[in-house]
Write a protein that binds this ligand. Structure first.
Ligand code: NAD
Length: 333
């Protein structure tokens, strides 16, 4: 089948491309490279350096395509409170453009990558049956994109599924982005002899999943003809950890001897965030195979191999006031 992956030079997109190519599918994809890296791309795919918001170009890119995975996004929940215009453009406008271009091209199935930001501050573990209650512009834009996908698919007859990945880690994840990917940031800093920087008291609870454990679920959402119009959390519900504990595990793996630094908490950061995997287990055969310790080990090995990097502040900060984290304003990360 001809499969198109938006955001293909990013973390999830590049792994999906490799996996689906190995299964014998023809892979196409685009990325505006604002965050993605060309070295993530597998060989022998058709790559377009296109922005998803460029609707006319996306209509051309998607000619003859059977399945679309929409992975492209600026998945920056914390930053979205300070750069709402930039972040939501790359979520809602980009999604609407790709959804419309898919319908125009009679794409058979559309897989949308949402986020657990859709659940906001509700009781954990988040279940798919809960109403969406996003707490920040990133989550709001994801939910608006989901609703638009549901509505347009219903009217125009396109099959779709919504994946809700959460805190996936592993090779190809961007580790020089100061705004996102806490584990990779800690590893990149510790490997440079710098302490982890923790917002608030570090008691935020999270659950991390290793890429190899979840890619199969994303594959099934597209390729299993019997799975349609579903929303499924993709990731583990075992081994919940705190950000503070994570920093200790990373220090242990990287051989960093110092202590983390604590800074002011960030507005709207959800304290407890973990998803139930029950539906993924039943519907997609999800199983956690990689422990948190091994996830840290494999991600550290990747960062060492690709090489530590200075943090890249290439994203705009639109609202610069007393609430804007100093770590970003003063480029402390
Ligand atoms: N990785 C996770 O833990 C996680 C968690 C929840 C949700 N998600 C969702 O999964 C998807 C993939 O996430 P990821 O971790 O691979 O992110 P990523 O940043 O590694 O990849 C996203 C890619 O999209 C590209 N991009 C951004 N805006 C674009 C635009 N307007 N046009 C074209 N390309 C654009 C970026 O350059 C990047 O390569 C996102 O939709 C994200 O919201 C990921």
């Amino acid at each position: 089948m001809k499969i198109f992956i938006t955001g293909i030079a990013g973390f999830l997109g590049s792994h999906l491309a490799k996996r689906l190519q190995n299964l014998g599918h023809e892979i196409f994809g685009n990325d505006n490279l604002i965050l993605g890296e060309l070295e993530n791309l597998p060989k022998n795919i058709k790559f377009y350096k296109t922005d998803c918001c460029d609707y006319n170009q996306m209509v051309k890119n998607l000619e003859g395509i059977d399945i679309v995975y929409h992975c492209a996004a600026t998945a920056h929940e914390g930053l979205s409170v300070f750069s709402p215009n930039f972040i939501t453009k790359n979520i809602y406008q980009a999604s609407t453009s790709v959804i419309t271009a898919s319908i125009v091209n009679k794409v058979k199935k559309f897989i949308f990558c949402s986020s657990m930001a859709r659940y906001g501050n509700q009781q954990t573990p988040f279940k798919e049956s809960m109403p969406a209650k996003p707490e920040d512009p990133y989550g709001i834009a994801k939910v608006a994109s989901e609703d638009t996908l549901k509505l347009l698919s219903e009217v125009h007859g396109m099959n779709f599924n919504i994946a809700v990945p959460h805190n996936i880690v592993g090779p190809n994840q961007k580790y020089d982005d100061p705004f996102r990917n806490v584990m990779s940031i800690f590893i990149n800093r510790n490997l440079q002899g710098e302490p982890s920087i923790i917002y608030g008291d570090g008691m935020q609870q999270r659950c991390f999943s290793y890429i190899d454990d979840v890619i199969f679920c994303l594959e099934k959402l597209a390729l299993d003809k019997n799975i349609n119009k579903e929303i499924v959390n993709i990731g583990p519900d075992e081994e919940t950890t705190t950000v503070l504990e994570l920093s200790k595990l990373v220090a242990n793996e990287t051989g960093y001897n110092g202590h983390p630094i604590f800074v002011k908490d960030r507005p709207k950061e959800v304290k407890f965030a973990s998803c139930s995997s029950d539906k993924a287990r039943k519907l997609l055969g999800y199983e956690t195979k990689t422990s948190l310790k091994d996830s840290i080990k494999f991600t550290t090995e990747f960062i060492k191999k690709r090489g530590i990097k200075k943090f890249n502040y290439n994203l705009p900060i639109e609202i610069d006031n007393h609430l804007t984290p100093e770590t970003w304003k003063l480029k402390k990360i």
